[in-house]
Write a protein that binds this ligand. Structure first.
Ligand SMILES: NC(=O)c1ccc[n+]([C@@H]2O[C@H](COP(=O)([O-])OP(=O)(O)OC[C@H]3O[C@@H](n4cnc5c(N)ncnc54)[C@H](O)[C@@H]3O)[C@@H](O)[C@H]2O)c1
Ligand SMILES: *[C@@H]1O[C@H](CO)[C@@H](O)[C@H](O)[C@H]1NC(C)=O
Length: 435
């Protein structure tokens, strides 16, 4: 039963977060009735999650996330606290202490090391789930450990863990990057998106609003919120109410949840809509990554095309440019205004596109890869399935340019060259297997 511990940790009722409030008897009765009701609802949900999702089928990626996060995290104790405090220690004047969720992820690793490099205090949090090869996450963790960044292993839904973490460190900022990513995987494992991108976000924001002082939060939304929007380039004020995937819907929900926490509790919140981020230490589920793997293996690659052979294009954005945008957002974030869970005045609420403003057809991406790898790709043209991917993305970044000083400078050729160099040294020279 101890392995089921985390289930109590998933917030089932908002009341769970109330710390020392005194209830009168009537209120208590009401709460018990409510608790019983919600417990039933919650058990029902668990039942649905465990028995409806394809948890033990062929593909390794399809294992159920809620099962994955059953692993108990190893935390607590003075040694643990000491490591966290050392990692959170600010080493530069005007430095900040930042909790980076999803720190073992692609963007999280790069952002954490950039913050550490400039003297900020950084504590990572990641559940190391196996959505893609966890050994890559472990390798990133090793990299960060070398740089002095400690990653706490645990889930953003884990109430006990977050309580300990916020007790040990007073974070000035939270850089929230933990999420279930991927557009098509949402059809295989929808509950993992609800778990991380909705429930997890709410749990994290609950801790942020209760903290004293409240941290400012910068978090990753996605260009996918533009969904079926066809007006290009995509501007922040464009409509985002037509998501084309559950992933996009959960990111859009996140933006609305951010609005709520800003409005009710005075949390300073900045959402960043990333546009197809690529680079060294990237994500194996993304096209530029598995195209590289498959081209090297001599396997054929599927290149999508839109209706009437329309070009599928992406506004590919190099990781170093994204990192600059993230740091710009942290540095310009105003303080939250609430305290002790109460709003004291209006707080900052922002959303920015972080793209490259230069969409490139996916077939051109393949041509560049062929040149860099010195291998001809076996191309198979396929119709873009209507299950999540959109045909075209193109960011209008003038708002981020103005407010964050954001200015992407990396051409796709240059960025891919760096990616390929990393890929070859990690997988080919390093003899790791690319799954
Ligand atoms: N890479 C892109 O092109 C892109 C584009 C748009 C948005 N984003 C968003 O940017 C963020 C970072 O993306 P990435 O590419 O680095 O993805 P990633 O999958 O490499 O990183 C996410 C990390 O979060 C961790 N995580 C997931 N759920 C968790 C949970 N419940 N508790 C604790 N840790 C959890 C994962 O183990 C992973 O290491 C995500 O929010 C993603 O949705 C990325
Ligand atoms: C880009 O966004 C800005 C707002 O930040 C807007 O004023 C401008 O018109 C947009 N440009 C285009 C070409 O849509």
């Amino acid at each position: 039963m101890s392995s089921m511990k985390h289930i109590d940790n998933i917030p089932s009722t908002p009341g769970k977060f109330k710390e020392k409030s005194s209830y009168n008897r009537l209120r208590l009765h009401f709460s018990i009735a409510k608790l019983t009701f919600w417990s039933f609802v919650f058990l029902g949900l668990i039942f649905v999650c465990f028995f409806r999702s394809p948890s033990s089928s062929s593909s390794p990626a399809s294992s159920d996330l809620s099962r994955r996060s059953l692993r108990t995290s190893s935390y607590d104790g003075p040694a643990w606290e000491k490591r966290i405090k050392a990692s959170a220690k600010i080493r530069s004047r005007n430095g900040i202490s930042v909790l980076v969720t999803g720190a073992a992820g692609f963007v999280g690793t790069h952002v954490s090391s950039a913050l550490k490099r400039r003297g900020d205090g950084v504590v990572g949090l990641d559940n190391f789930n196996d959505y893609y090869d966890p050994s890559l996450k472990r390798a990133r963790q090793t990299l960060l450990e070398g740089a002095g960044v400690y990653i706490v292993e645990g889930d953003i839904n884990d109430v006990t863990l977050l309580k300990k973490l916020f007790d040990v460190v007073q974070f000035n900022h939270v850089m929230h990057l933990a999420a279930q990513a991927g557009v098509r995987y949402a059809m295989e494992n929808p509950s993992s998106y609800v778990h991380s991108n909705i429930a997890g976000l709410v749990n994290l924001l609950e801790f942020c609003k209760n903290a004293n002082p409240q941290p400012s939060i910068v978090w990753a939304s996605s260009s996918s919120v533009y969904g079926l929007n066809t007006k290009v380039p995509f501007s922040e004020s464009d409509r985002t109410d037509q998501p084309a995937s559950l992933y996009a819907a959960t990111k859009k929900a996140g933006e609305e949840i951010a609005h709520t926490y800003n409005h009710i509790y005075g949390l300073s919140l900045t959402g960043l809509r990333f546009f197809t981020v690529y680079g060294p230490w990237g994500r194996p589920d993304m096209a530029y990554f598995f195209f590289t793997r498959d081209i090297l293996k001599g396997k054929s690659i599927s290149i999508f095309e839109g209706a009437n052979h329309g070009t599928v294009a992406r506004d590919f954005t190099y990781i170093d440019d994204i990192v600059k945008g993230c740091l710009g957002a942290l540095d310009t974030a105003e303080k939250s205004t609430g305290s002790g869970g109460k709003k004291k005045g209006p707080a900052q609420l922002r959303v920015f596109n972080l793209g490259n403003t230069s969409p490139v057809p996916v077939s051109d991406l393949v041509t560049i890869l062929e040149r860099l790898l010195k291998v001809k790709a076996k191309r198979a043209l396929m119709k873009l399935p209507r299950n999540g991917d959109v045909q075209f993305t193109h960011a209008n970044i003038s708002f981020a340019q103005r407010e964050l000083g954001y200015k992407p400078t990396t051409y796709l050729q240059t960025g891919l060259k760096k990616f390929v160099r990393w890929y070859l040294s990690y997988y080919v020279d390093g003899k790791k297997s690319a799954q």
